[in-house]
Design a protein around this ligand. Structure first.
Ligand code: SF4
Length: 1497
């Protein structure tokens, strides 16, 4: 082949632009056209570079990689000092060359390489191999003409250099008549090394988007930007357009031809447009749809792809998929057209194609459309594969054509080496059973055993034989070759095989000669056996290079059963298993089994030394090829799970594509490869490559287990030093040991009696019990598995011999969320009067709380879920092995008391009670382990943020992110729906800002407003800790959001977690000077108690790498365990107790001297709100006053109190870890003495103070300095726009002009402060315009507050923020009826007993228990000085109203002057006062006539 202008152009650019060049030779007798072109260049260029030639079929990928490795240490200098070494590779397209690149692409892809691949002329112009490569590379550029080839070669070189990625440039060799204009040699290097062009990229809709400013949405967006920048640079160099997509022809066409092939650009057909793609990857769907005008009715995708192994071609699938996502009124019909010899296609051919398209199907027939002459050997359906033809000829077995895609691929890759060991072609010789994988495996094993026996006999023969020297030598050499062969690299196997075959032939000839001469018998029994097995010599040689596959397919081979698979894996045979799964994603429920084919992968991976891949040909063609080649190369068993969802042979492309996409995207069918050989190679490569974005939960858990050792290293600093110091090598060894152990365990488990443990659990308690039960079962030798109920199907349960059920109970006897689908299925079966569980033995353990529903009429709710389940199982025929176990929170040891009775009975019933369990149960991982293992709050947060396969972070990291001010949550409104779809919960994060005293400037407010819009759910919340909270921030936005918060000079460090949290301060609008002093004090306390770890800055602000310097961190106050629990500090300025000082761990009550100067603080300690329903070890506590300290002492007093708590707090039980419990355990006096000892002085006696309220001072106030302050009412702190209440907009507009500050209150409202008199009119006008100055609410509403609860708070049991305003609507009517419209009654609500809105200090409070159901509390002090108490344990709205109506009426009639509601209900005998936290449960349930009988504690 001579060097055409295209070849010359590409060779010249490659030569001048690269630092090294490789060129593959063509198949003999042809000569690569690049040879001549490159030779000519090297003789003329000033600085010749070496061109390395690779023989045809050589491993070009390996050579390119090794060149990159060699050159990485060299610097080949560039004009601007950059040292990116560009490698160019030139080759003709040929599958033998290109397929060998595939295994290396994952590594090669991150090197600056251009693969210039030339397409020969018809009939060798098939683009199939190119498209395989394209699938595995980030960039693919296609050139039709010589000029395109020249221009795109430049573009590709620049792109590879700037992006340091591999670029595939495909071009047609073309003809000698073509012409191309070449760029000057001198211009090339400056162009290549010029800075990346900064441009405003226009997105496909024409909207300008600045690349530098815009946030790159994802990887493909970044790739598109990179291409656009390189294209712009190239266009400005060449002064010619360089376009990704070119459209010609009609303006509003009816037909659009997408062409991938060298079709002439002069073709002009009426009503038709021709779209030529130059950029084949990244090819965004919008780029495709932008090329299809709305007038288009037919889309013809013409591809020069005739050797494609699957039914639909790549561009066709992309067009179909792009249109599917495009919301068009009328969808055009898309047809795939096989493009033949494109160079001969005329306008008339296209016209006739268009006519055929619009008339086809009228006679009921649908034919494959073609354009241009096709090669004679290829029919309209493409090449019929011989394997497929063989299968088709088998009478008894029909292979669905879709499934043939995979077997065809095998043939393409391995050709003559391929052996499908259970091919239906064997049906002729061995009946249909020969397609059974088990049968085949037995046959293979037999072959292998026979060869091993032969080897043994030969060794015996060699040791004792009297054969002459020739045969003896031949046999010795044969053995030597076989031994050596196993160590010889795969590339050399052909030579070894030839050598072995040669020996085999000579040995057989020699043996036959001896036998003919009658000398065999005298040589002994071994000689006779060797002679009889002589046929095996050749078979053994043949096996060396065979690619042997067993195919498991629902359609044509019996599926590989669990035992078959186990034997295949355990055999260690070098055999590849291809398991096809055709279950469509949308029908997985109907077909589904939790032991589906996906789980086979996990099982195989657990084995340690098995190659495993999960592939889907319609998701990634290249990945399938890669997996098949790796499986073939792996020296042991390989399992490839292949997905091809279809319902019938008539399933359309769109159906299969959609199903594949859904399955892969949802993580139902993750694409991955697990290659243990990489570990053995010691290459440092990861064994596991995830090829799809989503990852299945089970798979994630497997990987988590793999990472477990590194977690342990962090968690246990005492671990051997070598393991700590050399994670790399040591971990590999450890992992192999672990794999061996897992293997042994699996072997045991497979033979052990099976036991299934199922759980339903909302809070995780029942789940823990179930997992512990399964673990203990394993220790007793049972093959136990554990799962959430909703992850299994009733049909599968019916197959299990023993199932143990553990369930907690939710709400009013309902099932926990993850058991509801199962219960539905059970109920449905009961309704149908079925008895599917007759073969199943079962027992249920139920966990509940007898006191949760204390009224006699509600008693049946106790453990209702478990009781119902027990009864259902019995009605479905299951046999109860032991009676229902009941765990009660109220028992001495909680549910453990009941459990301890139930579990031994289980072991007895299963006959394993006598088994001695020697191994200690592993210690559960607690928050304390997580903290100490986290390297000062790092954990694996950084890695988790980079993991795009899930919207969540690792569970341990979610504990650590709290210290960074971040909580992981999920949208609870749609949790069930997502679970039903098989999708993970809709994870998002809450971010809380650290903002001592709640003060921020207007510019900071504006940034908060923007952050809520850009990263959150569009609203934000002022919290009870006087700060901002953003909800709905998805993982990808976490880091940008935190960075934006820091840009506003605020941060989120320690806003949550076991550290001192945001310090809160009375808002006191009128006392300007005092506020300034206490605010400054609060900031000092906050800064002083701030964690010192640098993890925050590393992870979120990219200040330095997370690894490396981590160990330099020290936490002088906290140490590596931090505090046992959260820690809260507040500063109050009497008479306002708006911060609820007594709810805080430490409080400072400002004491003012004679000159109205701050002189110091009364110090309080031991306040706290959180409670657990029904757990009397938990209670709220109001703080004690310890004494007085000066301003200067205050910071250290806070520190010492915190340190006493750090060292004395309960780290065993987080529910008992807060300072309030520590103080009660130590005693207040002992605690105070310890604090004073650490201080080195005694606190002074407390000074007099008086509070008169804990609600906010709404409205206008004038400070001492004459500045104006306005306190707005923002209901429950939610900053949002609602119809008629556009408060978010209002505050944004105010922030734009405001010169003072904003101050949040701890009651979730907002002050606009420090308004100069001259600015007053403007601010007032804005307040009025948006009705933010409206304070005409009832006293009840103004005194109310609620926590967030649903939908974001993961702990919420009932509504709060969304419900309290509705309840107040009703209660305020009662107040108004009784003339109490303006009377303040402090009413608070929380969605759970954690108490975020401080409900236990309210006069009346509601604490969520279940949806629509609350505990009602009464009797708190009006200014937060006294705890309230439970009045009714379970009330719903009608009951609340029924209780409050007479109570409020009586209050209105009988209250004394100035008497508050909380005091009144005590005086009137509704409830007893709470004297201290420990006495909180005493006398709960009302007093006297108001006592709820069942509520007595
Ligand atoms: S009180 Fe409970 S439901 Fe409300 S925000 Fe706090 S944790 Fe969530």
């Amino acid at each position: 082949m001579s060097a055409s202008p295209s070849v010359q152009a590409v060779a010249r650019v490659a030569y001048l632009a690269s630092d090294s060049i490789f060129s593959s030779d063509a198949a003999l007798p042809s000569i690569s056209p690049f040879v001549t072109a490159l030779n000519a260049l090297s003789s003329t260029a000033h600085a010749p570079i070496s061109v390395q030639r690779i023989p045809f079929g050589g491993d070009s990928g390996a050579m390119l990689l090794s060149s990159h490795r060699d050159r990485s240490s060299l610097s080949l200098g560039s004009p601007n000092g950059t040292t990116v070494n560009l490698t160019s590779y030139l080759t003709l397209s040929h599958s033998h060359i290109l397929h060998h690149l595939l295994p290396h692409l994952p590594e090669l892809v991150y090197t600056p390489t251009v693969l210039h691949v030339a397409i020969s002329t018809f009939p060798e112009d098939d683009l199939a191999d190119i498209l395989v490569l394209r699938a595995a590379l980030p960039f693919c550029i296609y050139s039709r003409s010589a000029q395109d080839a020249h221009d795109n070669a430049l573009l590709a070189s620049r792109l590879a250099r700037t992006e340091r990625r591999t670029v595939l440039h495909v071009f047609h060799v073309g003809t000698a008549e073509e012409h191309a204009e070449f760029i000057d040699e001198e211009s090339i290097k400056p162009y290549l090394f010029a800075e990346r062009v900064s441009l405003n990229r226009f997105n496909e809709t024409g909207e300008a988007k600045s690349v530098s400013a815009a946030k790159v949405e994802d990887e493909s967006d970044a790739l598109v930007s990179a291409y656009d920048a390189a294209a712009l640079a190239t266009a400005s160099l060449l002064q010619r357009p360089v376009q990704a997509v070119t459209t010609s022809g009609a303006y509003a066409p009816r037909t659009v031809l997408f062409t991938l092939g060298s079709l002439s650009s002069d073709i002009n057909v009426e009503d038709t447009a021709i779209v030529e793609l130059s950029l084949l990857k990244p090819l965004s769907p919008t780029r495709i749809t932008a090329a299809i005008p709305s007038s288009a009715r037919y889309i013809l995708v013409c591809e020069q792809v005739r050797r494609w192994s699957i039914k639909w071609t790549p561009l066709y699938l992309e067009v179909v998929s792009a249109l599917q996502a495009d919301n068009r009124d009328e969808q055009p019909r898309v047809r795939s057209v096989l493009l033949g010899d494109a160079t001969t296609v005329t306008a008339e051919d296209v016209r006739s194609l268009v006519v055929r398209t619009s008339t086809e199907g009228q006679d009921g027939k649908k034919v494959r459309l073609t354009l241009g002459a096709l090669p004679l050997t290829e029919g309209a359906h493409g090449t019929i594969r011989s394997e497929e033809a063989k299968f088709a000829s088998a009478q008894h077995v029909h292979i669905p054509r879709h499934e043939a895609s995979y077997t065809t691929l095998l043939e393409t890759l391995f050709g003559a080496r391929l052996e499908i060991a259970n091919s239906p072609s064997h049906v002729y010789d061995a009946a249909i059973v020969s397609t059974s994988p088990e049968f085949t495996l037995g046959r293979i094993r037999g072959e292998e055993d026979a060869i091993q026996t032969l080897e043994r006999d030969i060794k015996v023969l060699l040791s004792e034989s009297t054969f002459d020297g020739t045969l003896h030598r031949l046999l010795s050499e044969w053995i030597a070759v076989r031994n050596a062969g196993s160590r010889i690299a795969s590339g050399k196997t052909k030579d070894v095989r030839e050598l072995e075959t040669n020996f085999a032939d000579r040995i057989v000839a020699a043996l036959e000669e001896i036998e003919a001469q009658g000398g065999l018998k005298s040589a002994g029994a071994a000689a006779v056996r060797v002679y009889q097995a002589r046929a095996l010599f050749r078979a053994a040689a043949a096996l060396r290079t065979r690619s042997r596959w067993i195919v498991g397919s629902d359609a044509w081979a019996y599926d590989l059963g669990a035992s078959g698979l186990h034997h295949a894996i355990a055999s260690g045979l070098d055999v590849n298993i291809l398991l096809l799964d055709s279950t469509p994603y949308s029908r997985r429920q109907a077909h589904g089994s939790r032991r589906g084919k996906q789980d086979v992968g996990l099982y195989a991976m657990n084995h340690g030394d098995v190659y495993v891949a999960s592939v889907a040909v319609y998701a990634s063609y290249a990945q399938v090829l890669q997996a098949l080649m790796e499986a073939d190369a792996f020296p042991g068993p390989s399992v490839v799970l292949a997905y091809l969802p279809y319902t019938s042979e008539e399933s359309t492309a769109l159906e299969i594509l959609k199903e594949t996409k859904m399955a892969v995207d949802a993580g139902y069918w993750p694409l991955y490869r697990w290659n243990p050989a990489k570990d053995h190679e010691g290459s440092g490569n990861e064994c596991f490559s995830l090829d799809s974005d989503a990852i299945k939960n089970e798979l994630q858990r497997f990987l988590d287990r793999q990472n477990h050792l590194s977690q342990l290293v962090r968690a246990r600093p005492r671990m051997p030093a070598e393991l700590v110091s050399g994670l790399g090598e040591q971990l590999k060894v450890a992992r192999r040991a672990r794999a061996r152990k897992a293997y042994e365990e699996l072997l045991t488990a497979i033979d052990a009696p099976p036991l299934t443990v199922l759980y339903a659990s909302d809070g995780g308690k029942a789940e823990k019990v179930a997992k512990r039960l399964a673990m203990r079962a394993k220790m007793r030798g049972l093959s136990a598995s554990v799962a959430a109920m909703d992850t299994v199907k009733l049909e599968d349960i019916a197959k299990e011999p023993i199932v143990l059920w553990v369930t907690s109970v939710a709400g009013q006897g309902e099932f926990p969320q993850n058991g509801r689908a199962m219960v539905k299925a059970l109920n449905a079966a009961v309704a149908r009067k079925e008895r599917p569980l007759e073969a199943v033995k079962f027992s249920v353990f139920a966990m509940g709380d007898t006191h949760y529903w204390p009224r006699p009429e509600d008693a049946h709710y106790y453990n209702k879920a478990g009781k119902d389940l027990d009864a259902r199982l019995e009605s479905l025929g299951a046999q109860r092995v032991i009676p229902l176990g009941l765990g009660d929170d109220q028992d001495a040891d909680g549910p453990e008391t009941g459990y301890r009775l139930w579990e031994p009975q289980v072991w007895k019933a299963l006959g394993v009670d006598e088994i001695q369990v020697q191994e200690a149960e592993p210690e559960p991982i607690t928050n304390e382990h997580i903290k100490v293992a986290s390297q000062y709050l790092r954990g694996t947060i950084k890695e988790g943020l980079e993991d795009t396969s899930t919207g969540a972070l690792a569970p341990s990291d979610t504990q650590l992110t709290k210290f960074h001010g971040i909580y992981q949550q999920d949208d609870r409104d749609i949790r069930d729906e997502r679970a039903a779809q098989g999708a993970e919960p809709a994870y998002s994060f809450m971010i809380r800002v650290r903002m001592p005293g709640g003060v921020c400037r207007p510019d900071q407010w504006l940034l908060m407003d923007q952050i809520a819009d850009e990263h959150g759910c569009g609203t934000f919340k002022i919290t009870t800790r006087q700060t901002f909270q953003f909800h709905g921030v998805i993982k990808g936005h976490l880091k940008p959001a935190i960075q934006d918060i820091n840009r506003a000079l605020l941060d989120t460090l320690a806003a949550c977690g076991d550290v001192n949290r945001n310090v809160i301060v009375s808002a006191i609008p009128s006392l300007t000077k005092l506020h300034a002093q206490v605010y400054a004090f609060a900031k000092r306390v906050s800064e002083h108690l701030l964690p010192r770890t640098t993890a925050y800055h590393e992870i979120w602000l990219d200040k330095k790498l997370v690894a490396g310097d981590a160990l330099k961190d020290i936490e002088p106050l906290y140490g590596e365990f931090y505090l046992p629990r959260k820690f809260k500090v507040a500063v109050a300025v009497p008479p306002t107790n708006d911060v609820d000082i007594f709810a805080n761990d430490v409080g400072f009550i400002a004491i003012v001297g004679e000159n109205d100067e701050l002189v110091g603080f009364n110090v309080t300690a031991g306040g706290g709100m959180g409670v657990t329903h029904g757990n009397k070890k938990t209670y709220p506590r109001a703080a004690d006053v310890l004494g007085f300290c000066t301003i200067e002492q205050g910071v250290y007093v806070a520190e010492k109190i915190m340190l006493v708590q750090r060292d004395n707090g309960n780290r065993e039980d987080r529910k008992n870890a807060r300072l309030k419990y520590t103080m009660d355990r130590m005693g207040v006096d002992v605690f105070k003495a310890e604090v004073e000892e650490r201080l080195g002085y005694k606190l002074q006696p407390a000074r007099p103070y008086a509070f008169d309220r804990n609600i906010d001072d709404y409205g206008w106030h004038i400070g001492e300095d004459g500045k104006h302050h306005f306190t707005c009412f923002i209901e429950n702190g939610r900053i949002q726009d609602e119809p008629g209440k556009e408060f978010k907009t209002a505050l944004r507009e105010i922030a734009k002009v405001h010169k003072g500050a904003f101050r949040c209150t701890a009651n979730q409202h907002l002050l606009i402060t420090d308004i100069a008199t001259e600015d007053l009119p403007q601010i007032k006008a804005l307040l009025a315009r948006y009705k933010l100055d409206n304070l005409s609410y009832t006293g009840l509403r103004l005194s109310s507050s609620a926590c967030v609860a649903f939908p974001t708070c993961g702990l919420a049991m009932a509504e709060s923020e969304r419900y309290l305003p509705i309840l107040i609507d009703k209660v305020e009517t009662i107040c108004e009826e009784n003339g109490l419209r303006n009377d303040s009654i402090v009413m608070r609500m929380t969605g759970c007993p954690n108490g975020c809105a401080r409900p236990y200090l309210a006069e009346v409070a509601f604490v969520g228990k279940a949806p629509g159901t609350y505990s009602m509390l009464l009797g708190g002090g009006y200014h937060g000085e006294r705890l309230n108490k439970i009045y009714r344990e379970t009330v719903t709205e009608p009951e609340i109203l029924a209780i409050l109506r007479p109570m409020i009426k009586q209050y209105a009639l009988e209250r004394r002057e100035g008497e508050h509601f909380g005091d009144f209900v005590i005086r009137a005998g509704y409830i007893a006062p709470t004297t201290e936290g420990k006495a909180w449960y005493d006398k709960m349930g009302g007093e006297g006539q108001h006592r709820e009988v069942s509520g007595s504690a």
